[in-house]
Write a protein that binds this ligand. Sequence first.
Ligand SMILES: [Zn+2]
Length: 426
Amino acid sequence: MRMSSPGFMRFRARNLALALATLAFFASGIGLCVAWAQAPQGAPVVVRAIHAVEGQSPDLFAIIIDLSEETTVRHEVLTGPDRLVIDLDRSFVAASAQRMTGRSLPAIGALRAGLFMAGQSRIVIDLARPVLVERADFVRQSGVARLVVQLRATSAEAFLAQARLDAAKRLSGRNSRPEPPPDDKGDTRPLVVIDPGHGGIDPGASGLKGEAEKDLVLAVGLALRDRLVKSGKVRVAMTRDDDRFVSLNERVKFARAREARLFVSLHADSLAGEPDVRGASVYTLSDRATDALAARAAEKENRADLIAGLDADEEARGGIETILVDLARRETRAFAQLAARQTVTALGNRTHKTPLRGAGFRVLRAPDMPSILIELGYLSNPQDLRALADGNDQKSLAETLANALEAFVLATSAPDSAVVAPAAGP
Ligand SMILES: [Zn+2]
């Protein structure tokens, strides 16, 4: 999402109040009520708009965030690539603040805003050059709580130093976060975890008319859950059942904590300039991608954390133990390949011409839980897009997937199972 310069100028001309607030802020905030405050518990805070404004000098500017009331704000910077992250407690982002388009100041690249976790919004700003937050203050003005985040250009060294400080703070906070207890104790039916990709601040791929991958895969995921619950042969849990961001690690952790028999990640791809490429593909984990298309798909899906303002390296280190039990891992992979093959067979003519592929998807890295990732189709293909966005097609796709997944899970879970994991493929 970018702001165009002409649009930005028009906006400034229209919104005199904002211009005045900005001027006043840069003139050191005299006469304005400037305060850090925590909103009282109650109704969620609405993030109504996000603007960028220029300051008095080229290396001074501000991001202005309009909220329905004041709330707790945290900000940090991240490297690789350089990003500024602003978290707003107890809030959600209104459509008007998500839709901002056009181009902004030279230091500021793409901007994403959305739900990061329950009751917390996040704004991620890609930085084209190093900048740091100088001040962040609320300016109350005619019923709007206006958060002015003043930014100043800095050196690469100073930026890196701040990013390291922020990372240390983040890690110490994370270690104290308790794990949610697994539910469904006592039910011995095998568990399938459905993992609709992306969500919240991370929309995933987009379709020809702006359809978001996160919405389509959630719809198919919910239909799949309903269908599995209806037949009652397996238990079902979802890594997300609404429009929220879940990191790749958390998705895997969620399923492993519940000892899922099968982890199924749902996605939809998009190929710019190739509208004829269509059909579903089923992926398993592979150290080396089976082909260029698979490598590209994994690279894209693995970017989810980065898009949502997480440190991707930190996430990669923090997830699964690096020392894996090799045998368990090999067996897990063999089972995953079996699940993938059965899914492809069930999908029949819905599949891509090479439907079975492997690549280094982070979300498939559990050593002890068969995991597959289904790219349900291409949003860049009109036929696939139509099918994925259609409620009836979503249901029939869910029916097909449910039959294949149930068959796999029940055959490999029975105590006297005759199914033996096939030899691990290449
Ligand atoms: Zn995806």
